[in-house]
Design a protein around this ligand. Structure first.
Ligand code: SF4
Length: 216
């Protein structure tokens, strides 16, 4: 996953993203091949494929893409039904599910303060987990470190680059608001607008940099 970095010289930065490709796309492709009966490295015959239904709404039309392998075909039912994000919210509300959160990993660095607070205040065990995870990544990726690609600095889950259990998640500070401007400060509070799925990852670097006013 992309992480907020504090370089040794004090400059802020971000690591490269790996989360979706490594932990979602690869396992899904492996599973699909298995279900089709052609585990890697077997060649999947032409015309043999699965259909994947992906919940991208019309507001996110630009995120709807074809699969990059022949044995998977992407279908976007919400777009076919012409449903926007608010149509989905209305539908969920009609079922009593108005509080359905955006899909994302528990420890996603693109949570806003509100999402971090929600975990802290409602799920103590999950909060313990993410705080522990945040501490564990301080020196970067263990596998990368073992192969000599040592992180020159420290990694954090919160964009303040402060350990999560001490990070300023209760409100956007005046200093943050002044540095970021109103729009980015609102996103710091609410998080990246989009949810995350294997096929619509919220960590697309450009989007996130724009969202949070960051430089890589
Ligand atoms: S929610 Fe998406 S961007 Fe965030 S950690 Fe998970 S895969 Fe990565």
């Amino acid at each position: 996953m992309p992480l907020y970095i504090l370089n040794k010289d004090g400059r802020p930065g971000m690591t490269r993203r790996q989360c979706t490709g490594e932990y979602k796309v690869k396992p899904i492709k492996k599973k699909v091949r298995g279900l089709l009966g052609y585990p890697y490295p077997a060649r999947v015959p032409k015309g043999v494929f699965v259909e994947q239904w992906i919940g991208i709404s019309t507001d996110e039309f630009h995120r709807a893409k074809d699969a990059d392998v022949q044995y998977m075909r992407n279908v976007h039912p919400l777009i076919e039904m012409n449903w926007s994000r608010s149509d989905c919210v209305d539908y969920l509300s009609s079922l009593g599910l108005a509080d359905t959160p955006k899909s994302s990993c528990l420890g996603c660095p693109f949570h806003g303060n509100a999402q971090w607070r929600h975990i802290r205040d409602n799920s103590p065990t999950e909060w313990e987990d993410v705080v522990e995870f945040d501490a564990a990544i301080r020196k970067g990726n263990a596998r990368a470190n073992a192969t000599g690609n040592v992180l020159l600095g420290e990694a954090f889950l919160h964009r303040s680059r402060v350990p999560l259990d001490q990070a300023p998640i209760d409100h956007v500070t005046a200093a943050e608001r002044a540095a970021l401007g109103e729009e980015a400060a609102a996103e710091l509070e609410q998080g990246v607008v989009n949810g995350c799925s294997p096929w619509t990852c919220r960590s697309e670097v450009e989007a996130v940099q724009a969202d949070f006013g960051l430089t890589a």
